[in-house]
Design a protein around this ligand. Structure first.
Ligand code: ZN
Length: 273
């Protein structure tokens, strides 16, 4: 069954892109025994986390949050389009794609193996800071991973060039507002989606390993481009959602991928919805 939750008049459904194999080696500032215990054990440090995407409908429009990895990373990923179809949502019917950040597991699925748009009728909403960073020409001085992602993002964004809208904090588009939470990437964005006086927050990769980063928000990942900024963003957003008790939907939060953050002393815990 498709996991879902309700916020105001909206019903938000979770659609998986698949399972990402990752490693506790990416976790910095924490000894291995501790991180192993938090995630409930691993296979030599390897663990598997979900890649969640979310869909809701408003005013007759179908809105998708992030686009998965496509056929570019691991054979267990790239399932989003077929999972949408199985759920009765043709990729052609998606009107808007909200992007949290333009990393491979969130954006490479925008195009197929030939670079053609998987969502041929969709407009893309992406924070200007994120778009401009990744679409900049290579300088030759950036880390190899940044250079590779920049090159790939030219392919991802090309068929959408005429229908990409660069947005800024505080704008409200289709009842959605970008909240910059930089650090993981320069324009990493949490999206606040409102329905009447209720709202939820799609927080992208604010939390990468949900079993670690919610209870230990100061623990950085090698994936965080600016770890110190990522820590501050994580603390700020966790504090906000715990205070407001709004539902959060995370790209890599363990099943079902959404729930509520509650304060626990100086840190936080997660309650699945
Ligand atoms: Zn991710």
């Amino acid at each position: 069954m498709t996991p879902s939750f309700k916020v105001g008049d909206l019903e938000i459904k979770g659609y998986s892109d698949g399972i990402l194999k990752t490693s506790l080696d990416l976790v910095v500032d924490m000894d291995r025994a501790h991180s192993e215990a938090l995630v409930g054990g691993t296979d030599n440090g390897w663990l598997f986390i979900p890649v969640n995407n979310f869909v809701f409908q408003r005013d007759g429009k179908t809105i998708l949050i992030d686009a998965g990895a496509g056929n570019t990373m691991q054979p267990t990923l790239g399932k989003l389009a077929e999972n949408l179809r199985a759920g009765g949502i043709a990729p052609e019917s998606v009107d808007t794609i909200i992007i949290t950040h333009i990393h491979p597991d969130h954006a490479n699925g925008l195009v197929d193996d030939n670079g053609k748009a998987v969502y041929p009728n969709a407009e893309i909403l992406v924070h200007a800071r994120e778009y401009d960073f990744w679409m900049a020409e290579p300088t030759g001085n950036e880390p190899a991973r940044v250079a590779a992602t920049r090159a790939r993002n030219k392919i991802n964004m090309k068929p959408y060039a005429e229908r990409t809208r660069r947005v800024h904090d505080g704008e409200v588009i289709l009842g959605c507002t970008p909240v910059l939470a930089a650090g993981h990437s320069p324009g990493h964005t949490c999206w606040r989606v409102m329905s009447g006086s209720d709202s939820f927050l799609a927080w992208g990769d604010l939390v990468h390993l949900s079993a670690i980063h919610i209870s230990h928000p100061d623990t950085a990942m090698t994936y965080d481009l600016d770890p110190e900024m990522a820590r501050r963003s994580r603390r700020r957003i966790l504090d906000m959602v715990a205070n407001e008790r709004i539902v959060v939907a995370g790209a890599h939060v363990n099943a079902p991928g959404f729930g509520q953050v509650v304060r626990k002393g100086n840190t936080y815990a997660f309650e699945s919805a």
